[in-house]
Ligand binder design. Structure first.
Ligand SMILES: *Cc1c(COP(=O)(O)O)cnc(C)c1O
Length: 339
């Protein structure tokens, strides 16, 4: 099977596995796991932030960020297609008692002009606007990203209105690969950042939450309360550290591969339109007279290619570490000759 469904499907490369096997471990609930401590210190330093917390998933790191920066009854502003709103099973409401005020971003991206009308004044009957959550890159919009300048404008806006700024940076390194920006510039403007190790970076499990020492202290306690305190997690942290140290530069290859695929999709009759490609994701709409996305998924599965239906007519394909050049060629060939 050639699996284009998601960049979460990667397996550890042999060098990563070797690091995992050799990892020094201890009890991380006692803060005694040297590999977890090393990963957290490395990541905090990479973003120039005070501290980091190793979490089991990006959902957990996002939800922790929201929980420790809000009070029940608060409102957060986010794009209507954001992961925290669509794909975290209502965690906002369940864990933190907050509500999302969803906005229509520009391909998923928010800016001060969009946010301005939705900041509530301090009346007894209005929810308190407390936080802005942005995604970088934006998954549902096909991997679009913010520039540093755009994020800085959001930071200034948040300062003016006393709002927290959280960045769901599940794929932030895909964005930084395109812009060439320094992670430290992003660390300087966010109150919290969540980064997935288990997507394009190719680690089997885990995400990081980054923030101030005080924020991470609170999140660490909450993580324990939610049952997320892990013991010899160093075996997993070692994979994460390997990923951060070795797999960032190669994200470029994923972007090139997905562009190759997109150029083929633009030529075939069963595709109506292909969204612009920004990073490692391509979204395209099928010609609905010919085929819907579920039929398309099935048809490609017969050729041992997996893609995800992303709406009745929309399909998503994502490039990642386990997609070889040969797989790109095979896929292009099959897409060209599909009947
Ligand atoms: C994958 C993803 C997450 C986190 O997902 P988990 O499966 O919980 O690790 C968060 N935000 C975005 C935009 C994602 O794509």
């Amino acid at each position: 099977m050639i699996d284009w469904r998601s960049d979460t499907v990667t397996r550890p490369v042999p060098e990563m596995l070797a690091c995992m096997m050799q990892a020094a471990v201890g009890d991380d609930v006692f803060k005694e796991d040297p590999s977890v401590n090393a990963l957290e210190a490395y990541a905090a330093d990479l973003f120039g932030m005070e501290a980091a917390l190793f979490c089991s998933s990006g959902t957990m790191s996002n939800q922790l960020a929201i929980n420790v920066q809000t009070q029940p009854g608060d409102e957060i502003l986010c794009d209507r297609q954001s992961h925290i709103f669509l794909y975290e099973t209502g965690g906002l409401a369940v864990h933190s008692g907050v509500q999302a005020h969803i906005l229509q971003g520009d391909a998923g991206r928010l800016n001060p002009e969009m946010l301005q009308p939705h900041i509530h004044a301090e009346h007894d009957w209005l929810t308190r606007t407390q936080m802005v959550c942005i995604e970088n890159t934006v998954n549902r919009a096909g991997g679009t990203y913010y520039t540093l300048q755009e994020a800085q404008a959001l930071r200034t806006f948040c300062n003016t209105h006393h709002l927290k700024l959280h960045i769901d940076g599940a794929r932030i390194f895909n964005a930084l690969t395109e812009t060439g920006e320094d992670p430290k510039s992003w660390g300087a403007l966010a109150d919290s950042i969540s980064v997935c190790l288990s997507k394009g970076l190719g680690a089997p499990v885990g995400s990081l939450l980054l923030g101030s020492a005080e924020l991470i202290k609170k999140a660490r306690k909450k993580r324990k309360q939610w049952g997320g305190g892990m013991r010899q997690a160093g075996f997993l942290a070692a994979a994460g550290l390997y990923a951060l140290q070795h797999h960032i530069p190669r994200l470029k290859d994923d972007h090139i591969k997905i562009k190759t695929l997109a150029s083929v999709l633009q030529q075939v009759a069963y595709v109506e339109d292909v969204f612009p490609v920004y990073t490692n994701i391509v979204l395209f709409n099928l010609n609905s007279d010919l085929c819907n996305s579920v039929q398309f998924e099935k048809k490609l599965a017969e050729h041992k290619i997996r893609v995800s239906a992303f709406g009745s007519n929309t399909v998503r394909m994502v490039s990642h570490l386990d997609i070889t050049d040969a797989m790109v060629n095979t896929t292009c060939d099959i897409l060209m000759h599909l009947t």
